[in-house]
Design a protein around this ligand. Structure first.
Ligand code: ADP
Ligand code: 5GP
Length: 187
């Protein structure tokens, strides 16, 4: 199963997905590509494949990306290969709303989950606490957050990330339920 998790920058996608991966050995995270600069604690091939624009568009030209989008001033894209590793596992894609729509059109059975912040104010605080962007970049991300939140109705599930433990447990249950549903359908 392909599981897409979207939500505004700073809502906690990375943190929640890390929790899910710790607890569920049948899940694997798809590493995606970006032209953004790595943050201090990010590693190439672990967090993203960090690429120059030239290398990124080489992949686009060679049709190696299932989707790509321009987000917060940088390009991001999902390698087809990173989705296909999900043959025996369920693959989690942490991508934006444009990417989610594209993945749903390519793989209609994909499970789409939107992670919602308790408020824009809480989101701003989380971004500030993470401390990985300049004030200008944070503003850009917050500006986009409202637009992204408006896209939530497109998703199969909307999960409020008020408390990390509670939200991760809710997503775990959704995944377990969807696994059972999909098994029933293929019988
Ligand atoms: P995203 O991947 O969506 O951009 P991150 O996972 O990097 O967001 O989380 C942004 C910040 O918010 C991090 O500092 C993280 O520790 C914090 N965070 C995540 N979930 C919660 C939560 N439920 N309550 C408070 N802080 C949270
Ligand atoms: P960040 O710079 O905070 O890591 O990510 C910014 C946004 O890009 C987030 O919404 C993230 O989910 C999204 N993103 C990451 N990888 C991809 C991808 O491969 N495709 C698309 N469409 N969005 C992505």
């Amino acid at each position: 199963m392909i599981i897409v998790i979207s939500g505004p920058s700073g809502v906690g996608k990375g943190t929640v997905v890390a929790e899910l991966l710790k607890k569920d050995a049948a899940l694997v995270r798809a590493i995606t590509c970006t032209t953004r600069q790595p943050r201090k604690d990010e590693k190439d091939g672990r967090d993203y494949y960090f690429l120059s624009e030239e290398k990124f568009f080489d992949l686009v030209k060679k049709k190696k990306l299932a989707e790509f989008a321009f987000v917060h001033g940088n390009y991001y894209g999902t390698p087809i290969e990173s989705i296909l590793q999900g043959k025996d596992k369920d693959v989690v894609l942490q991508i934006d709303t444009q990417g989610a729509k594209r993945i749903k059109s390519l793989f209609p059975e994909a499970l789409l989950i939107f992670l919602l912040p308790p408020s824009i104010d809480a989101l701003a605080k989380r971004l500030l606490k993470r401390g990985t962007e300049t004030e200008e970049e944070r503003e850009k991300r917050l500006e986009r957050a409202n637009k992204e939140i408006q896209e939530r109705m497109f998703y199969d599930y909307i999960v409020l990330n008020d408390d990390l433990h509670r939200a991760s447990e809710e997503i775990e249950k959704i995944i377990q339920y969807e696994r059972v549903l999909r098994k029933k359908k293929t019988r």
